[in-house]
Design a protein around this ligand. Structure first.
Ligand SMILES: Cc1ncc(COP(=O)(O)O)c(C=O)c1O
Length: 391
């Protein structure tokens, strides 16, 4: 059967692929440590799970809900954004989706015409470029600075008459870096001056260990910037709810209406039971979030110096958020005789039995992404293996 050109052009998600390779090796009896995963290793807090069970028992989740989400969840999102990040929006501006991934996919479908360009400052999350292509748009990589944070000067080199939007992700996957309010404001003003849409992916916004808390949301940096911004967020990372698939977009009502219309033909509503669970997450006790955050911080504090001490691994700054480290490994590759990052990553998997993700997938070869969303003992063993491999 002949596939569409669109489908042929799509690369599979590198993070999911590496995870599968690790699982295959494990099934063969190899003791692989998987540091490729992009999800918290904590269980979903008990109160959230209970809320879902209660909703099922009361037969409250058997029907379709409104495409944009239940009124209770849209209101819970409004309140949580207000409390956590001082973002002031109405429920009409909120559309609930099947994970933040679907919010992004559906947004590109809603906003892009064929040939429209979207600026992606490297390193960027694996799905942006493929989603832009699936919408007929053209992803435009913006080369990284030494700090891995993009600047207006660099964006000015990449912008063309066809540029429609820019995707900004802070805290950033894969580097864990967090933009300051001043840095975001400078980029926001630049985007406003070029009349671009800012897609602000703030999915790791609550997971910040060292820096301004709450992390500045693009929606709080002035009316003009807010009017150009569409926020993307979700419950996956903050509440250890990746499998529940609840994300959301927040933006101008006309865009949200178009987004909702598109979604009504794609997924319809996000799973009703997951929406009930998300209401419990957002409106309930936030102590479990603080506890998970403390756990991530502890791990970062242990793992960062260990990783920085591995021969050939370079980390210019300590990450401040999310749960990833993204070292420059060009020196390590040269020491071991590898010319491509993919080959180096394959050797780490096959020889050192550590699964990590290649920087190629994030638009930045010569780097690898390690997730520290796993327990400290496992992390220490992994770092020891890495060190032995390099020595
Ligand atoms: C930067 C970023 N954005 C969006 C997502 C999507 O999250 P979800 O679809 O689980 O809500 C992820 C997940 O890995 C991510 O890392």
């Amino acid at each position: 059967m002949q596939l569409s050109q669109r489908a042929c052009g799509v690369r599979p998600s590198a993070t999911l692929k590496t995870g599968q390779q690790a699982a295959q090796l494990r099934a063969q009896g190899v003791d692989v440590i998987n540091l490729s995963v992009g999800q918290p290793d904590y269980p979903t807090p008990a109160a959230i799970r209970e809320a879902a069970v209660t909703a099922i028992r009361a037969n409250q989740v058997n029907s379709y809900t409104a495409t944009a989400g239940t009124p209770a969840l849209r209101e819970a999102i409004v309140q949580r954004l207000k409390e956590s990040q001082r973002v002031d929006v109405t429920a009409e501006q909120v559309v609930v989706t099947t994970g933040a991934k679907m919010a992004l996919y559906a947004l590109f479908q809603t906003l892009l015409d064929p040939g429209d360009e979207v600026l992606l400052p490297a390193p960027y999350w694996v799905s942006y470029a493929e989603q832009v292509k699936l919408a007929g748009g053209r992803p435009v990589e913006v080369a990284p600075t030494a700090t891995l944070k993009v600047t207006p000067e660099q964006l000015s080199v990449a912008v063309t008459a066809a540029t429609k939007a820019i995707v900004l992700n802070s805290p950033q996957n894969p580097s864990g870096l967090v933009y300051t309010a001043a840095e975001l404001q400078a980029i926001g003003k630049w985007a406003v001056a070029h009349d671009l849409i800012i897609i602000a992916d703030e999915i790791y916004g609550e997971l910040v260990y060292d820096g301004p808390v709450p992390v500045p949301s693009m929606l709080t940096l002035g009316d003009e910037i807010a009017a150009h911004t569409i926020l993307v967020n979700g419950v996956s990372k903050t509440y250890a709810m990746t499998g529940w698939r609840i994300g959301y977009a927040v933006g101008p009502v006309n865009v949200m209406t178009a987004l909702k219309n598109g979604l009504s033909h794609m997924t319809g509503n996000a799973a009703a039971v997951s929406q009930a669970a998300a209401v419990a997450a957002l409106t309930g006790d936030q102590a479990p979030v603080a506890k998970m955050k403390e756990g991530f911080k502890q791990r970062l504090d242990v793992v960062y110096p260990l990783l920085a001490a591995v021969p050939g691994f370079k980390l210019t700054t300590k990450p401040q958020g999310a749960f990833y480290l993204f070292p420059d490994v060009t020196a390590a590759m040269a020491m071991k005789g590898y010319t491509t990052t993919d080959d180096f990553v394959a050797a780490l998997l096959n020889d050192a039995h550590i699964a990590v993700v290649t920087g190629e997938a994030f638009g930045l070869p010569g780097h690898i992404r390690l997730s520290y969303a796993t327990d400290l003992d496992t992390l220490k063993t992994a770092l020891q293996r890495l060190k032995s491999f390099m020595e």
